[in-house]
Each structure stands twice: as C-alpha cells, then as structure tokens.
Ligand binder design. Sequence first.
Ligand SMILES: [Fe+2]
Ligand SMILES: [Fe+2]
Length: 308
Amino acid sequence: MTAPSRSHSTAQNVDAGGRQAIAERLLSGSVKRSYSPVVDLDWDAPLDPDKYFLPPRVCSLYGTDLWNNLTEEQRIEMSRQELANILSVGIWFENLLNRALLQRLLNQDPASSVTHYALTEMGDECRHMVMFGRAIERSGARAYGNAGWQRLIMLLLPFGLRGSRLWVAALVGEEIFDALQREMLDDPQLQPLISRLMRIHVTEESRHIGFARDGIARRRTTRGRWETFLAANLHGVAALRLKYLFTNPAMYARAGLDKQEATKAARTNPNFHRMQVLGFASLAQFLEENGLMTRFSRRAWRQAGFLE
Ligand SMILES: [Fe+2]
Ligand SMILES: [Fe+2]
C-alpha cells in the first residue's frame, strides 16, 4: 500500500493515541466476555405463567387507577406487550447505530484498532437484534412496526450522525435502556429468560457506552462551535420522540385496554415519570459535564418526563 489517503490520516489524527488504547482495551474485553444468545439462552425452558415480562413497577401504567383495576393476568399481558415494544424500539435503534458506524468506516483506516472495535460492536448489535427478535417471538407477542415516515427518517439519519452527534445518539439509545435494565434484571418477578437477556445485554453494552463516552470526551477539545451546537441541541428532539415510543398506544390496544385512556394514564403517571428520570440521570449528568446540554435540550427532556 502507498501513503495513507488524506481521509485515513485525518481519522488517525482524531483517533490517535488514547483512542487506539481504549479500542484495544475494549477489543480484549470483547474477547473475554461476549455471548452468543442463540446458545447462551435457554430458549426451550418453559415460561413461568405467574412471572412478568417487565417488573410491574417499571410498567408505564403501574400505580394508576387503571392498573389497580386490572387482574394479575391482565397486568402480566400488559408487561408482555411493553417488553415487545421496548425490544422492537431496541432493534430499530441498533439497526440505525450499525448503519451509522458502518458508513463512518468508509473514511477510516481498516487496519486500526478503532475500526476493529467498531466492527466488533456492530457484531454485538447484530446478535442483540437476533436475541431481541427471538425474545419477542418466545414471549408470545408480536413485534411493533414503524410508520412509513418513521422508516424514512431512520433510513436518512445515519447521513447526519457524525462526530459528537454520532456518540450522543449512541448514548441516548443505549444509556437509558441500560440504566433501566440494570435496575430491573434481578427482580424476582421477572421471567428468568428476560432476566438473562438483560444480563447479557448490559454486559456488552457497557463496552459500547464506554466507547461512545470516550468519543465525546476526546472530541471535546477539538470540536467546533457548530458541532457543539448541533450535538447539544438535537438530542432534545430525540427526548420528545422517546416519550412517545415508550408509551406506544398500540401496546395498550393489544393488551385489550382502551387505547386513549391508557395512553393518557401512562403519560401522566408519576411512577412512570420516576422511572424515566432514573433511566436518564446518569446520561444527563454526563452531557452536562461535557457541555452538551442547552436550555432547549434541558427543557425538552423535562417536557418529555426524563428530568425533574
Ligand atoms: Fe445492544
Ligand atoms: Fe450498543
């Protein structure tokens, strides 16, 4: 090979030194602790008919009058639909992240550890998508789809996810789910299959979160005003979208509830609001510390229920 192309050397400058060291550490962590969900989960074990698919206290209707009037069976069914909804959102997000990472690699040195770690992360996400899809199927629910306009946005989004924006998007998709999974995975009311799925997911996601956080911290000194402005504001738009994704009216309808009444109850539920705040707390602090929160984004997260 002749002298590296301009794009390779640019990528190496941004990623030089410390970034390579982080990638190498994450690569060796991936060798030591990676899972193959097809064999590492006992898909044939019978489901426990008395256990939940999400712990009740995490369900969006928990504690509302509507919830209090449901039978135990209806509550379990609601948790099954909420799990299928969350896993569906997880699959869309991992699909989006993988496409954004892969596009980025067109400008990067295929021989660098940073590239190798990004490819390893994509492999993790591919296995997660299989694991999530299979869990939806095993739970007896059906996946939730996207409207045409949502699919179009998802298709185009990777073209806009560069630099700090890419890493902020990765964290918004990963950290909230991660914090909530850590909070619930040991709950004795949870189906053992789902508990194990969450354990596998948080183990592998902690590397992804480390990579994205490092990407943000490292760019902090070199990013320009425009990059900072976009990265610090655009996640506020995602906040408003997340609120609607978490309280998708279709899941209440599939659980046999009145769609409008249940959606309204969930979106005004103080218990659910507490869970949202818990899920976002660590990311909110990280974004504040790295100068990536603005008046607009703070207000959007508050309006969406993720900040007090
Ligand atoms: Fe994942
Ligand atoms: Fe991830």
